[in-house]
Design a protein around this ligand. Structure first.
Ligand SMILES: *Cc1c(COP(=O)(O)O)cnc(C)c1O
Length: 395
């Protein structure tokens, strides 16, 4: 079923990446489990290896279930084509490795997802790639940090944990003028709420583990590329042996069908809870780009079509045991990594130890909240009881 850009997102989500006429008439693409793909003859096999003459091949390289998911996500985000990966982090490393070389340099936002930073500082550094972390609010000032050997400008907006917004169009204009590619971790905005390629992004990576799968039951990543970057990213994935299980990819495809309605609820409940938290005396600051109090609110309004259910809050300073009394006793918020599923989550973060470009100046504890699909009044009541425990424990 082909998609046209004029169709609304809700309609596209229902129809992208599937073609019942090629699926034995069934609505959903099948999970094609397989490794070996059989060729019609030796010459045909060899031609396919050399020039991709057939639609499929050895399953590490192309698989029908993966192709359906890749096509759906690329179409949704307005990219050219996509490459699936077995996790969000592997989507990131596959994308980065496509554009670095020994002696090269990358500019990476100081607010980057921590495992991405660990990859640049560890593995990439060992292979001779240098990195400079920059203030996420740098904007056009990024020009001063560009070097002749800079090949990547890595952006993530809003920032992981700390939710700074970045002026991606301005940063991308500078990067492109100097011949660098812009890689964006778009997990927060999802392909639905941030149209990366309309804002100057060349390669958009997503932890599909989060909202695309949407049910906390699989690890998955995807790299969406524009026409100029796809071949290099695909070569990186093929060279590294990056592929994903068709069962997990299927969960990504299935998740896509409800992405729109789930995100609407995550967005609404998230904003509602964030506004309520702003009124609480225990809270110093709420870090939610969709709130007018957020320093990056104007950028969010200009560039994003919605917000997900993930945001941060800074508590007024209290002893650590008071924070633990609050959080450990919550009944609806799980304490755990990842997010984007149907359930609410909470975690404590420590950006002070990580940041190098801009020191993290907040005194109070930083909490990250994922607002799930539960009733928002129930979530408020759970947090309100938590604040009571916090006050009692703080004395
Ligand atoms: C979770 C996450 C990732 C990594 O995804 P995994 O599937 O856990 O590897 C990357 N970027 C962001 C912003 C994330 O939140």
């Amino acid at each position: 079923m082909t998609d046209t850009p004029s169709k609304s997102d809700a309609t596209r989500l229902a129809h992208l990446g599937r073609d019942p006429s090629r699926q034995f008439g069934y609505v959903n693409p099948p999970v094609v489990r397989g490794s070996t793909w059989l060729a019609p003859g030796l010459a045909g096999y060899e031609a396919n290896v050399a020039k991709q003459t057939e639609e499929y091949s050895y399953a590490r390289i192309r698989n029908p279930t993966s192709s359906a998911f890749e096509q759906a996500v690329a179409d949704l985000e307005g990219g050219h084509r996509a490459v699936v990966a077995p996790s969000g982090l592997s989507a990131i490393t596959t994308a980065v490795l496509a554009f670095v070389k020994a002696g090269g340099h990358a500019l990476v936002t100081d607010s980057v997802y921590y495992p991405t930073r660990r990859f640049f500082d560890g593995l990439a550094a060992r292979f001779g790639v240098s990195v400079t972390y920059y203030d996420p609010a740098i904007g056009a000032g990024i020009a001063a940090l560009m070097r002749p050997e800079t090949t990547i400008v890595y952006v993530e907006s809003p920032g992981s944990i700390t939710f700074e917004m970045q002026d991606i169009p301005v940063i991308a204009a500078v990067a492109h003028a100097r011949g660098a590619v812009v890689i964006h971790d778009g997990t927060w905005g999802t392909p639905l709420y941030f149209r990366s390629f309309e804002h100057g992004v060349d390669v958009s990576v997503h932890a599909a583990t989060k909202y695309l799968v949407g049910h906390s039951d699989a690890m998955l990543g995807v790299v969406v590329c524009n026409a100029a970057t796809f071949d290099r990213v695909k070569a990186s994935a093929v060279g590294l042996g990056v592929c994903a299980s068709p069962d997990d990819v299927f969960l990504g495809l299935r998740g896509l069908r409800t992405l729109g309605v789930r995100l609407e609820r995550h967005w609404a409940s998230g904003v509602e809870l964030a506004r309520w938290l702003e009124t609480r005396p225990e809270v110093a600051r709420v870090l939610h780009p969709a709130l007018p109090s957020h320093p990056g609110h104007a950028i969010w309004k200009r560039d994003f079509r919605g917000a997900c259910g993930l945001f941060g809050l800074v508590l007024r300073p209290v002893p650590s045991k008071a924070v633990e009394a609050m959080v450990d006793g919550l009944s609806l918020f799980g304490i755990g990594a990842s997010w984007g599923g149907f359930e609410s989550l909470i975690l404590r973060s420590h950006p002070r130890a990580i940041r190098t470009a801009v020191p993290w100046a907040e005194e109070g504890t930083l909490l990250r909240i994922h607002v799930g699909l539960e009733d928002v009044e129930d979530l408020k009541a759970d947090l309100a009881a938590g604040f009571e425990r916090l006050r009692t424990a703080a004395g």
